[in-house]
Design a protein around this ligand. Structure first.
Ligand code: ZN
Length: 80
């Protein structure tokens, strides 16, 4: 877990559960290979957020640094 996630784990458990569930619903998609990963997997937190930002990330699947689109896509990771 990242620093922020450890911090969040100290919140009341129902807040933490809600925040984690919502964060896992935000997925990043690699422009190069389409690899999907949740914001939680990146060690991030995205809660009460809207829109589809782009983050510059290094994709663990293809090793390229490029812009990953962040989209609200609840459900399991991996379905492009
Ligand atoms: Zn990739």
């Amino acid at each position: 877990m990242s620093f922020f996630q450890r911090l969040a784990a100290r919140l009341p458990s129902r807040w933490y559960a809600s925040m984690r569930e919502e964060t896992e619903g935000w997925k990043t998609g690699c422009a190069q290979c389409g690899h999907q990963r949740s914001v939680w997997d990146w060690g991030g937190i995205r809660w009460k957020a809207k829109g589809s930002p782009r983050w510059r990330l290094r994709c663990p699947a293809c090793g390229q640094s490029n812009w990953h689109k962040v989209e609200w896509r609840p459900g399991p990771t991996g379905l492009a």
